[in-house]
Design a protein around this ligand. Structure first.
Ligand code: COA
Length: 180
């Protein structure tokens, strides 16, 4: 487990698959992601099995918030395409349960990922891509310390038009851990 102030991150389990499918089939959640087709349980089960074969450092982490006595899963995040020679990785996140949006969980989770990436994985640069049409995500990333560094023009086709994809990153030397 990786523990933060209000959330923890755990390894996803096979039993989580139906929950992931429900999250990823929500059009509002999917709007910020590059997925655009309805997802079946069978497809997600296949993804899960394939994921287990991938390097452990690139396995997703399931974000949970504390209830009175329990922990409630609300979304997933993680590193992918880690480049170990250059110590660079891309990160991604989604909070699939919309009732938890806008309460600081996304930026807290990103802060935890940065800590894990820099202090456990010994990365030097962590970056992400975000659609220009996703101000909530952009704001959450700015709050957790990501710096705007570029724009891929018309890199995504969504709802009948091309949109830009913004690049944001944090470098180890400029990273200031958020202390609680
Ligand atoms: C993007 C996401 C991870 C952010 O998580 P979150 O917990 O909702 O984010 P936070 O609460 O930490 O921060 C959101 C910030 O955006 C602000 N915000 C929300 N809607 C906004 C809008 N339309 N315009 C500007 N700011 C907005 C919030 O007020 C908050 O800022 P504040 O704390 O300064 O008030 C989550 O909303 C999500 O998973 N969305 C769907 C999937 C997705 O888009 N993933 C990202 C792919 S790059």
């Amino acid at each position: 487990m990786i523990y933060g102030k209000r959330i923890r991150m755990r390894a996803p389990e096979r039993e989580d698959v139906p929950r992931f499918v429900a999250w990823l089939n929500d059009p509002e959640v999917r709007q910020g992601l590059s997925m655009y087709l309805p997802l079946s349980i069978s497809e997600e089960e296949k993804w899960f099995e394939h994921m287990l074969e991938r390097p452990a450092n690139e396995h997703p982490l399931t974000i949970e918030v504390r209830n009175t006595e329990d922990w409630i899963p609300i979304g997933n995040c993680g590193f992918f395409s880690i480049d170990w020679r250059n110590r660079v990785s891309e990160v991604g996140i989604f909070i699939g349960d919309k009732s938890y949006w806008n309460q600081g969980y996304g930026s807290e989770a990103m802060g935890m990922l940065l800590r894990h990436g820099f202090l456990t994985l010994n990365l030097n640069r962590i970056f992400l891509r975000v659609f220009e049409s996703n101000p909530r995500a952009i704001r959450a990333y700015e709050k957790s310390g990501f710096i705007h560094e570029g724009r891929q023009r018309q890199a995504e086709y969504q709802d009948g038009k091309y949109i830009d994809v913004l690049l944001m990153s944090v470098i180890r030397s400029e990273w200031k851990p958020i202390t609680e």
